[in-house]
Design a protein around this ligand. Structure first.
Ligand SMILES: [Cu+2]
Length: 121
C-alpha cells in the first residue's frame, strides 16, 4: 500500500467520524427551553408559549383530569393520559404563531381548548 492510499484512508475515516460528531455537537448546542404544559378541562396552562427562533422547545405534557390531546398542524399530534406525561420536542426554525389545540374530545368545552406557540425573530 502506497503512502498516498494510507493518507486517503485516514482522510475518509476522519470525514466519516467527524461529520456525525459535528452534527451531534451542533444539535447539543441549541438553546433548549423546557416548558411544562398542563392540560385540563378546558384549557392549557400556559396558553401561550414564547420561544426565540432557533431554540429547541421541549414540551412536557401533563393531563390533569381526563385524556387530552396536543395537536399542532403538521408538527405534532399526541394523546396524553392522566398519570402518563408525554414529551414533544419542537425546533423553532421559522418565526410565526403556531396554534395548538386539543385533539381528543374531552367534554363540552373541548373546542375552546386552544393555545399558541409564538416563535420570535
Ligand atoms: Cu379536548
Amino acid at each position: 500500500m502506497r503512502w498516498q492510499e494510507i493518507v486517503a484512508g485516514i482522510l475518509v475515516a476522519a470525514c466519516l467520524i467527524g461529520l456525525p460528531a459535528a452534527a451531534l455537537a451542533y444539535q447539543n448546542h441549541r438553546e433548549t427551553r423546557v416548558v411544562t404544559l398542563e392540560m385540563m378541562q378546558w384549557e392549557y396552562r400556559p396558553a401561550e408559549i414564547r420561544v426565540k427562533k432557533g431554540e429547541q422547545l421541549r414540551l412536557q405534557l401533563i393531563a390533569k383530569d381526563v385524556v387530552h390531546g396536543f395537536q399542532v398542524d403538521g408538527i405534532a399530534n399526541v394523546e396524553v393520559r392522566p398519570g402518563k406525561p408525554e414529551e414533544v420536542i419542537i425546533w423553532a426554525q421559522d418565526a410565526g404563531v403556531y396554534r395548538f389545540r386539543c385533539s381528543m374530545f374531552c367534554g363540552l368545552g373541548h373546542a375552546a381548548m386552544v393555545g399558541q406557540i409564538v416563535v420570535e425573530e
